[in-house]
Write a protein that binds this ligand. Structure first.
Ligand code: DHK
Length: 148
């Protein structure tokens, strides 16, 4: 069975709790449960993780080199700052899908430059949890194409 890493960066654990509604009303545990269920339907094992720490995310990306066929990543605030995360992603061979709950291009200019995009196969943004689920479906297709 294929393995996929889904990494979530700083403050993602607060989704659903922020009053502005920027990231929708689903809590992080609800988002995780929905992604786990979708991955099971798609027939792969999902390693869904969150950290507020850049180095931990780098360690998990490196771990994925040994154990995973694809990576989905919402690096959150680190998207715009982390060359370390970019370099770790560039060392990963499989498909990488960058995810954002919100439409980052509709927001402040400092959210318009993503280091993660330099390594990403594709990007899903602005569709909330629906985008995460679409990203998982796309990942299943990309892995199947790679195996064909
Ligand atoms: C999540 C965050 O925490 C922000 O720092 C990013 C991203 C956007 C999101 O939309 O999921 O700017």
């Amino acid at each position: 069975m294929k393995n996929v890493m889904f990494l979530n960066g700083p403050n993602a654990n607060l989704y659903g709790l922020d009053r502005s509604g920027t990231y929708g009303s689903d809590s992080f545990p609800q988002i995780e449960a929905a992604c786990m269920a979708r991955a099971a339907d798609l027939g792969f094992t999902l390693h869904f993780r969150q950290s507020n720490h850049e180095g931990v995310l780098v360690d998990w990306i490196q771990e994925a080199r040994q154990s995973c066929d694809g990576i989905l990543i919402n690096a959150a605030g680190l998207t715009y700052t982390s060359v370390a995360i970019l370099d770790a992603l560039l060392a990963f061979d499989g498909p990488i899908i960058e995810c954002h709950m919100s439409n980052i291009w509709k927001r402040e200019p400092f959210r318009h430059h993503s280091f993660v995009s330099k390594a990403a196969t594709g990007v899903v943004a602005g569709l909330g949890l629906r985008g995460y689920l679409l990203g998982l479906t796309a990942m299943a297709e990309l892995m199947n194409e790679a195996a064909a």
